[in-house]
Every structure is written in structure tokens, then in C-alpha cells.
Design a protein. Sequence first.
Length: 357
Amino acid sequence: MLKRAVIEDLVILLRGFFATPMISSLGRLGVLEEMRQAESFSASAFTRVANTKLLEDTFRYFARLGLLERVDGSEGHYRASELGQEVFRRANSFYVPHSYFEYMHRYHDLIQDGKSAVVCQVERLENVIGSGITHLRYFPPAVSYLKRKAAFELLVDIGCGDGQFLTSFLEAVPDKRVIGVDLSSVSTETTLGNLRTRFPQTDVATVCCDALDVQTWSLEVRRLAGNARIAFSMWFLLHEISRNRTDILVDFFRRIAMVFPDAPIVVGEVVRQSEEVLLGNSAASLMPEYLFFHEMSGRGSLPWQGYREVLAQIPYELVQERLFDEASDSSGQKIPSTFVWCLKPEAQVKAAEVKEL
């Protein structure tokens, strides 16, 4: 007879198949936030949902999981439970995993496809929205550095997503100009729309271009910037362009430094932790899933040592570092799952040293 712990693990593995698309969809529709705010509700209260029958079925399912409570024991009338409040508040955590639904839905086809004939796409808008919101906790140290310790007039966010970082930045530093660069036109259009709505007086522009094509986007940034001093930000971009190779990232930073030798850079990135660390923290971390998405779709998160090797070979000095969700490996070394670096260009470092002399 299976032990209870094994049965519970089986249930958890299976439940995500049902819960993830439901929570992701209702979160994007704004239904979960309305449920959190309401003292009580029924399926008919949500006018933006056309299929009331399916919503009623969903509420019954959520109640069986303990996410909802029946009000006075009545059928069809609910409120969010304490657990539901917390889960629904974190609905954005479901967006990025669910944005890979086509890969998962077609897994059976993909696993039998030896010639890459089956092509799947990430649901870009859901991925962009989810990534931006999920990354909010990493922004404060970078915003603080840019506000207090970096000299510039225009911030260029490479891999801008939906503009979440630029929004956080402009809330703290409203007198700067900003440019968003992204390979996806969905991202650049969303960023432009969001920022112009939120900050109508701010000089905002976007450039749709591959981040690795430094020559092309740098010409457009230079044209838009004029004589303005520039700073850069890159949020979870490096794993998108590295192809698991440190030399690609070293070359990328060096090319930026050649065109913009005085520009500081803030970087946020995910780390490929060791298999030992991933296994030991699997119950409390979604990193196994995130790394699977990256590997499956051809992206390349580097191990912590790989990022340190990149840092040692680029013309920048690390002036501030924040490490997140560190876990110890067998040697006792703490390895972060994510990090934020604030980098000063080597040209500025040398100029400061000369000035001191």
C-alpha cells in the first residue's frame, strides 16, 4: 500500500494540470482580485465572465480544495478562504508557467519528433505580464542604485517585457527619459501603451530588435537619445541570449561598452542551481519548472560560477550585489536562485582612480 506522503505527492503533481490554467485565466480577467475584495459572491456577480456555468463549476472545485468557503453553508454563495486569499494574491506566479501551455499540451508530439518538425510558441502576452509582475521584488535595489549613485538622463531597458521595471523606475525617478528594447513587438507595444498611459508627460520610446544585435539597436538608441547620458537595465535577459555559453555574454557586454563606454548597467538574472540544490528544495521552489522551460525552449541559464566568470571578463566593476533565495550545496557554499548586479563601466572606475591621484 502506498505511503500517504507518496499519495500526496501524486495529487500535487496532478493538481497543477487543473489549477494552473484556471487560476491563470481568472487572474488575468481580474476575477480573483474581485473575489479577494468581496465579502461574498456568486458566479453571476462577474459580468465579464460569459460562461457562468463553468464559473460555478470552478467555484465548487476551489471550495473542495479549500480556496473558497461556502457562506452559511449555502450552495452557490462563496467567499475566499484564508488560503484562497494568499493563493489568489499570487496569481501572477501562474502566468509564466502557463504561458508554455502549448509545449505541455503537445509534449506527446514533441517527444516523438526527432526532426524539429513540431513547432510550439510561448503565449507571449501572458509570459510578458507574468514575468513583469513576478520580477517586482528584484527591482528596489536597482532603482535605488540608479536614483542615488548613477549619473545619466536616459534609461534603456533591454528586454523590456511589458515595462514593469520602467514603471517602477519612473515612479521613483520621474524626471528621466526611458527607452524599451525588446525582440517582441507585443512587448514593445505593451510597454509603450502602459508607460504613455501611466506617465503621459514622460519622454518614452521603444525599439523592436534582437538584444544581441547591438549594432542595430544602438544606432536607434543613439538617434533617440541625442546627447543624453545613458544607463542600461537588463532583467532576465541573459538566459534568453546566452545559449549556455559565457563567451556570448562576454562579447555582448563588451560590444555595449564599446558603443556606450560611460553607461552603468543593472542586471537581474536567474541561476541554474545544481541538481542537488534543486532536488533538496523542490517542495518550496518552482526552479525545476523554470529551468525545464528554459532548456526545452533553447534558453540557457548559467550556473553561478558561469556568471562570475562573465563578470571577471567584462569591462565593468561590480559596485552592488543582491542575492536571492540562497541554498547551500554539499560543500556548504550558498548558491542564489537569482541575483541583481549594479555595474559601473571600467572607464568611469579608471577616471575616478586618476582623479584620486
